[in-house]
Design a protein around this ligand. Sequence first.
Ligand code: SF4
Ligand code: SF4
Ligand code: FES
Length: 281
Amino acid sequence: MIDSAGHPGTTFDVRVLRQDEPRSTSYWQRFRLKREPDMNVISVLQQIAEAAVTADGKAVAPVAWSCNCLEEVCGACTMVINGAVRQACSALVDQLLHDEPQGIELRPLSKFPVVRDLVVDRRRLFRALARVKAWIPVDGYYDLGRGPLQSQEAQEVAYPLSECMSCGCCLEACPQYTRIELTPLSGESQSDFRKREQESHDQAFMGVHAISQALLFNAHPTGQMNASERNDALMAPGGIQGCGNAQNCVAVCPKHIPLTTSIARAGRATTMQMFRRWFDA
Ligand code: SF4
Ligand code: SF4
Ligand code: FES
């Protein structure tokens, strides 16, 4: 908050969009916090956790959030901060209050079901990586010796893609990636519910993060063995044809991954595979 002399005050307000449990109604709560040097949004949430009292003096449950690495590597702390999707650990309070002196607003990602407060269920994001087999298969744990070499040029193309931290910023910004939140049917077992949920995830647009990771692993000398399976997954329902090419994703990726280039390259790879199959048939 700005004081009467126009200087940054010793306190500031944080509005948090809260939700007590999955599928319950969300509500806003405002907290007034002590301003300390070099705060980030994680330290804001830690201060709330130490004494969870709203700005009007009501004791409440501490706000729930996820984090892990605290250095913008794991993607776990991704949320919507003052309207922009980003990582809480690298969102600095001084900068946020400089840009928006009225305070800081925190919301959970809107494209995933809320578990509690700022914690969301990102299983769909990881399921998409499984759909495209975003890994290098290993045939056991014995020493296979040195793998094939990769040229410097190939490494330079692959490295930026390898920086993806599965944060979900690209999905939050993507108009084609819409939230799926199913409600358990009466008498439905947990495993049946999970199966139904996975089926609906597999029909929906997988997201550009998975498209980009398919390219990364297709380019790997060992990963190439599964390239046609990955391309098949990209051509299946919910694959690359779901991308409307709005290009919002590339603008918000905190790792500056060339996502639109990945989409174009994936389009070419899948088209080539389709033609090869026609001519081989
Ligand atoms: S280019 Fe495709 S993946 Fe990126 S935001 Fe647009 S629709 Fe989504
Ligand atoms: S592509 Fe970028 S925005 Fe999308 S999940 Fe990976 S790091 Fe996050
Ligand atoms: S805690 Fe890992 S990216 Fe923020």
